[in-house]
Design a binder for this molecule. Structure first.
Ligand SMILES: [Zn+2]
Length: 83
């Protein structure tokens, strides 16, 4: 579908999926970070029960995902998010 010029979105995409086919996606989302945070104590200095809805936790998770994606694909993802 991507080869036909369709801009694809990956719903609930895991890191492994992004590593393999992220270069074919225009965008992707996942709630994995929120689920992960829900079962752990809040980050140090955070006053809420857990970080399931926390921007700091989400941004830390985002960086982890970016670090997991091969470098040649990170450039493409960065370019798309800046548009
Ligand atoms: Zn938090």
């Amino acid at each position: 579908m991507a080869a036909h010029g369709l801009r694809l979105h990956g719903f609930g995409f895991k890191i492994l999926g992004l590593e393999r086919v992220g270069h074919l996606l225009a965008s992707a989302d996942s709630a994995a970070w929120s689920s992960h945070a829900r079962h752990r104590p809040a980050l140090p200095g955070h006053t809420h029960k857990n970080c399931a809805n926390c921007i700091d936790y989400a941004l830390n998770w985002r960086q982890r995902v970016i670090n997991a994606i091969p470098t040649h694909q990170q450039v493409m993802l960065t370019d798309r998010s800046a548009a």
